[in-house]
Design a protein around this ligand. Structure first.
Ligand code: FES
Ligand code: FES
Length: 166
């Protein structure tokens, strides 16, 4: 089947999509967007998190056909336009993960960045740690012990100006 989806603001089409294919597979293997990672393919790890019509979802759990006519924003899309650190093009949340040392192997990072972005889009100031932990509870990291990730979210929140949704 053919799937038409707007990804990071651009209309895209994937052809010959198999009925059982996930949105994650289409993004990575058909549309050339490897940012969202495939770790568990079972909705357990959050490494594949993308926005679907403005809400974070596990792309491995979304059938490609369900994305027909909808809007997807991936971690690559957050970088477009960047944040205040315009010289690199990184979004301020992405920059904070780098600056806080929250990226080790990096496999979990795209999903955490999208989920943290969603948290900050709906929060004023620096969210309490309990809110950050709850928001990121579905995103597993095997490397960092999570403290640097909390630091990154606090750093992004403390640096930001009003934080528009994607
Ligand atoms: S790959 Fe989707 S939740 Fe793990
Ligand atoms: S940095 Fe390796 S899994 Fe999180």
């Amino acid at each position: 089947m053919r799937v038409n989806v707007t990804v990071n603001g651009r209309p895209m089409t994937a052809d010959d999509v198999w009925e059982g294919e996930s949105l994650l597979y289409v993004l990575r293997e058909r549309l050339g967007l490897p940012g969202a990672k495939n770790a568990c393919e079972q909705g357990e790890c959050g490494s594949c998190t993308v926005y679907l019509d403005g809400a974070p979802v596990c792309a491995c759990l979304v059938a490609a056909g369900q994305a027909e006519g909808r809007e997807v924003v991936t971690v690559e899309g957050l970088a477009v336009g960047g944040g205040p650190s315009g010289e690199t093009g990184l979004h301020e949340v992405q920059r904070a993960f780098v600056d806080a040392g929250a990226v080790q192997c990096g496999f979990c990072t795209p999903g955490l960045v999208v989920q943290a972005h969603a948290l900050l889009a709906g929060a004023e100031g620096v969210p309490p740690d309990a809110d950050i932990r709850e928001a990121l509870a579905g995103n597993l990291c095997r490397c960092t012990g999570y403290e640097k990730i909390l630091d990154a979210v606090r750093l992004a929140a403390s640096r930001r100006h009003p934080h528009p949704p994607p």
